[in-house]
Design a protein around this ligand. Structure first.
Ligand code: SAM
Length: 243
């Protein structure tokens, strides 16, 4: 749920839309049953169901606590938009692993076309739903934010300060991830990981990224599929810096 559905004074939680179906048809809960509810903002509530019908579930919460499933470092995925439904898998798996933001990027070698704003919004809505579902099942404290797709250039200017940006480049043979993370400045509080689409990044894109202080790294001597690379890189980052 989101915080507008929680009345802290009355300790009442108002659940609507798809969650109602999930609670009644999938979980088969009833009045009097206990339910765990997350506000997507880092808090979890234990509620007792007071009312349940096809349109809404009302629960009174009896406990509220901070969710401890978020990593101490914020990781954003810049993913070159791949073909077919691979992005769905990427969003689902990186959400399970603790990604905080996902930015779909149209690179030079992206094949998929989303020409108008409406198509982009429709796809983004679908991806956001996938992130919400995956966050729910992983008991995340937050729901990762899926942005509207950006061009490579727009994505580069989106990079935050105090963020270590890492571009995975299969033609990089020098710099490994471990040393880069271990030598990381103590002011860094977030990481951006950049993965190319099926055809990879162009040399010009990697050069432009490096000029913006993005670090290019190898993920080893084997070429990973685009849907594997982000997940692999995120696992390595979480192993070093997550908890
Ligand atoms: N052709 C395959 C596919 O269809 O998925 C492989 C695509 S690979 C070029 C896609 C992206 O994964 C690259 O742009 C890079 O970001 C990342 N990647 C894959 N293997 C890598 C490696 N060994 N080192 C660094 N990056 C890698």
């Amino acid at each position: 749920v989101n915080s507008s559905q929680i009345n802290e004074e009355a300790k009442k939680i108002h659940i609507v839309d798809e969650d109602v179906k999930h609670i009644s048809k999938v979980l088969r809960l009833n009045v009097g049953d206990l339910i765990e509810i997350c506000d997507g903002d880092g808090f979890e509530y234990i509620g007792e169901i007071q009312e349940i019908n096809k349109d809404q579930v009302i629960a009174i919460y009896i406990d509220k606590k901070e969710v401890r499933s978020e990593a101490p470092i914020k990781v954003t995925l810049y993913q070159g938009v791949p073909k077919s439904t691979k992005m769905d898998l990427i969003i689902q798996k990186t959400t399970e692993m603790g990604i905080v933001e996902i930015i779909p990027v149209f690179t030079h070698r992206t094949v998929v076309q989303l020409d108008n704003k409406k198509d982009k919004e429709k796809k983004t809505d679908r991806w956001q739903k996938i992130a919400a579902e995956a966050a729910k099942q992983s008991k995340r404290g937050i729901i990762p934010l899926v942005h509207l797709p950006l061009t490579f250039k727009e994505a580069l200017s989106h990079c935050e300060t105090n963020c270590l940006n890492i571009i995975a480049y299969e033609r990089e043979h020098q710099q490994g991830l471990k040393k880069l993370l271990q030598g990381m400045d103590s002011t860094i509080n977030s990481i951006g990981i950049w993965i190319g689409p099926e055809g990879g990044f162009t040399e010009e894109e990697v050069e432009a990224a490096i000029n913006q202080q993005v670090n290019s790294v190898t993920l080893g001597p084997r070429i990973l599929r685009t849907e594997t690379a982000g997940f692999a890189l995120l696992s390595m980052v979480m192993y070093e810096l997550g908890d």
